[in-house]
Design a protein around this ligand. Structure first.
Ligand SMILES: Cc1cc2nc3c(=O)[nH]c(=O)nc-3n(C[C@H](O)[C@H](O)[C@H](O)COP(=O)(O)O)c2cc1C
Length: 322
């Protein structure tokens, strides 16, 4: 059974949080379009001495969605989610939890570590928590720590992807968990959303296609590269952050590095050319999942969600499910 907060979406899709890319404009557009919008709390970075930008972003998201709901009572906005990177390196975690708790964030997405106190904070303000995992062992641990739902991050996902087949991952998790389960990795069409459900997920978790939207906080060249690229242009490597992730080969070439010569390179071992310039993962070396072959235009979020919905309904009809 899905909790009510995830039950009334236009299509069963949660837009995933993306470092640098996801900001208030993207989240507001996603929620207005009827799917869950999300952003990493760490994207809200104020300058030293300034008040927390996360506070301002959450106020703006609430106000704009409230206004939308008053003006469109027949098609209210979907709820939003905030992603917390639960890792020793995140010095802001405690502060960001307090801000999210105060704003009563409805959906908390946690990655890179499951912690009881984050789930408790989510529950205490009336929210739910979803934790992302790349295998069944991490899935069990996340549930032990109190996560309400799981995001199965399969092979081919943008960012720090897993390596398991979505079929293997979903069937193993479904053997011990019947709560909210999302599938992440290369989902870019409405047909694939339905396939995720058929394979055992409740909802699809979609990131990379939203990079090529007008509301995304991404360089024009990055958006166009998503449109121009397909699965063969994506490479899975630990070279840039130490953790394996999926990146666009053309962006690696543009930084003067041969993506096919990376081997098992790690950030420490890499020689970034004569001037030893350190390339920056995410801002210079661009992340993307394998599903981007389905993206053929930069367009507003509303247009992308419209396409996903019509494909989803067509696939249901074709398979005689509706
Ligand atoms: C550029 C980029 C940045 C990402 N940053 C984050 C992040 O900050 N936190 C997180 O939990 N996941 C992050 N992800 C992973 C996504 O949440 C999600 O698992 C992934 O986008 C789904 O696969 P797809 O891109 O093939 O749709 C990122 C993905 C991309 C492409």
């Amino acid at each position: 059974m899905l909790p009510p907060i995830l039950s009334n979406l236009r299509i069963p899709v949660v837009a995933s949080p993306m470092f640098i890319v996801s900001g208030p404009e993207l989240v507001i557009a996603q929620c207005k379009a009827g799917i869950v919008g999300s952003f990493p709390a760490l994207n809200a970075r104020e300058k030293d001495g300034e008040p927390p930008l996360l506070d301002a972003w959450l106020t703006r998201i609430r106000e704009e969605l409230d206004r939308h709901n008053q003006q469109n009572p027949d098609r209210p906005a979907a709820p939003f989610a905030v992603n917390q990177i639960v890792h020793r390196s995140n010095a802001r975690l405690e502060r960001d939890i307090e801000i999210c708790h105060r704003h009563k964030v409805p959906i908390w997405i946690t990655s890179l570590g499951a912690r009881v106190e984050v789930n408790e904070a989510a529950h205490d303000c009336g929210g739910i928590s979803l934790h992302d995992v790349i295998n069944a062992t991490f899935a069990r641990k996340a549930l032990e720590k109190g996560a309400d739902g799981l995001i199965a991050v399969a092979a081919g996902a943008g960012g720090h992807a897993g390596v398991q087949s979505p079929f293997a991952l979903l069937q193993e998790i479904r053997a011990f968990f019947d709560g909210p389960l999302l599938l992440s990795g290369a989902i870019a069409t409405g047909r694939a959303v339905l396939a995720a459900q058929a394979a055992g997920a409740d909802l699809a978790y979609i990131g990379s296609p939203f990079i090529a939207t007008t509301e995304a906080h991404a360089a024009p060249g990055y958006k166009q590269m998503i449109v121009d690229s397909s699965a063969e242009d994506v490479i899975y490597t630990p070279a840039f952050t130490g953790i394996p992730g999926n990146y666009l080969k053309p962006s690696i070439r543009a930084a003067g590095i041969d993506p096919d010569g990376l081997g098992d390179a790690t950030p420490e071992a890499m020689d970034f050319g004569k001037d030893q310039r350190k390339v920056k993962a995410w801002s210079e070396i661009w992340g993307a999942g394998q599903g981007i072959g389905a993206v053929d235009a930069i367009q507003p979020v509303a247009g992308l969600v419209e396409r996903l919905e019509s494909e989803y309904l067509a696939a249901r009809r074709e398979l005689a499910l509706a």
